[in-house]
Design a protein around this ligand. Structure first.
Ligand code: FAD
Length: 403
């Protein structure tokens, strides 16, 4: 059995096996023995506790709340957060391992990475000691789920055009507005909300980040949105009506929110490239297996030269993506990843992902169009990489502006 479905209703953990990995064109040197040991734990978790329950996640539009606690219990949340704040104290290679293992089983539902590698780092890098002590240990155990809310119905790419506003009321801000497409939004306990606090008319000076607890009066969550893919991923619309946010929940300095967002974005864009690369490799592996097994005109589909040539092209593209992603990761660990290099990774790998997955759907014939086939789901799930984290058009703007 490959990444095909198993009944999701069974309560006990089921085993799951991904297809055999295709030997790479070039040896991979990024990961060491520590990461490989950690990979075993991550693999077991995703294979037995996540992948078999995909259908149940898709039906309810989010993962069960307990899965967050389970991931925390196994030390799979906030791996790059220092131990003093409850994390594993690892570097971002461990985050990469987690993303690769999640991608390997094509599990698009858990928003662990956004919680651990986007939300928690904002608190670690810009939070006060009190904020770090209050939120990070509980995020590491899964007791608190985190989200970040930038996009609004009227402003996505043009972040400086947001309308959500936090009025200074002395000891607190009064927050009003709404956010859309927020990953982990439905289950979130805390949301980093991007809001206007200033009136200079310059978005870059008027924007602040606030840590907003979702049980605050006036905070409403809508049901998870119905998406084309990633149907088990919790993506919600959030509404704020006179939400009182204590002043101590300001993250960093007032009016400096835009700068903080810009600082964190290269890693966030590399994350998307890492995820897209891993999922594309998984789809390639299962397509390779499929064409070896599927018969047409008295032979395996793999035996048609056109199939082998197509797979050769796809593997070459994957190898180029892998080399660039790993080199960006090394550069990021050395503290030298530029916004342009990260934007190039996000844009090129996410587009390579669409090209390769489209070809893999084609190689599956009609079965490639059926929802129960992982290649069909992966095709729509991974289409989102070209849109979120800044669209690919915005990525090209960022690269082009520097030329
Ligand atoms: C599954 C999913 C999860 C998401 N999770 C989150 C989340 O957790 N938090 C969050 O804040 N947001 C999230 N988003 C929102 C996402 O970041 C935005 O959808 C994205 O930034 C694009 O904004 P928009 O949808 O408003 O599109 P628009 O900005 O309206 O863009 C429409 C089109 O115009 C193009 N365009 C816009 N400006 C330019 C320009 N200057 N030059 C050329 N072309 C341009 C775009 O590239 C796009 O093709 C998520 C989205 C999805 C689909």
């Amino acid at each position: 059995m490959t990444v095909q479905d198993k009944p999701a209703s069974a309560p006990q953990a089921q085993t799951f096996s991904a297809p055999e990995a295709t030997p790479p064109l070039l040896p991979r040197t990024l990961m060491g023995p520590e990461q490989e040991a950690f990979r075993r734990t991550a693999r077991r978790f995703f294979e037995t506790e996540v992948a078999p329950h995909r259908e149940a996640f898709e039906e309810q539009g989010h993962i069960p709340r307990e899965l967050w606690n389970r991931a925390g219990e196994l030390g799979l949340l906030c791996t790059a957060i220092p131990e003093e704040y409850g994390g594993m104290g690892g570097d971002r290679l461990f985050s990469s391992v987690l993303m690769e293992e999640q991608g390997r089983v094509l599990a698009s539902a858990p928003g662990f990475m956004l919680h651990s590698d986007i939300v928690a780092p904002y608190i670690l890098h810009y939070g006060t000691e009190e904020q770090k002590q209050k939120y990070l240990p509980k995020m590491a155990t899964g007791e608190l789920v985190g989200a970040i809310a930038m996009s609004e119905p009227g402003a996505g790419s043009d972040l400086q055009g947001i309308k959500t506003r936090a009025e200074d009321k002395g000891d607190h801000y009064l927050l009003n507005g709404s956010k859309i497409f927020i990953t982990n939004g439905y289950l979130a306990d805390l949301v980093i909300v991007v809001a206007k606090t200033g009136n200079t008319g310059k978005g870059s000076r008027d924007i602040s980040l606030l840590i907003v607890e979702t049980n605050s009066p006036g905070f409403t969550k809508a049901n998870p949105l119905h998406k084309m893919g990633m149907k088990g991923q919790d993506t919600a619309e959030l509404f704020f009506s006179d939400v009182k946010v204590p002043k101590e929940n300001l993250l960093g300095q007032e009016g400096k929110g835009f700068g903080m967002l810009m600082q964190e974005l290269p890693w966030e864009r590399l994350i998307i490239a890492i995820q897209a690369q891993a999922a594309t490799e998984a789809v390639f592996d299962l397509t390779r297996q499929y064409v070896k097994e599927r018969q047409a005109f008295g032979q395996a589909v793999m035996d048609f030269q056109v199939t082998r040539h197509k797979l050769a092209e796809l593997q070459t593209e994957l190898s180029l993506g892998r080399t660039y992603v790993d080199e960006c990761t090394r550069t990021m660990l050395a503290g030298k990843l530029t916004p342009q290099a990260a934007s190039a990774a996000k844009y090129w790998v996410s587009e390579m992902c669409t090209r390769v997955m489209d070809a893999c759907v084609q190689l599956h014939g009609g079965y490639g169009y059926m929802w129960e086939y992982p290649v069909a789901r992966a095709y729509v799930d991974n289409r989102a990489h070209r849109i979120y984290g800044g669209t690919n058009e915005i990525m090209k703007e960022l690269i082009g502006r520097n030329l």
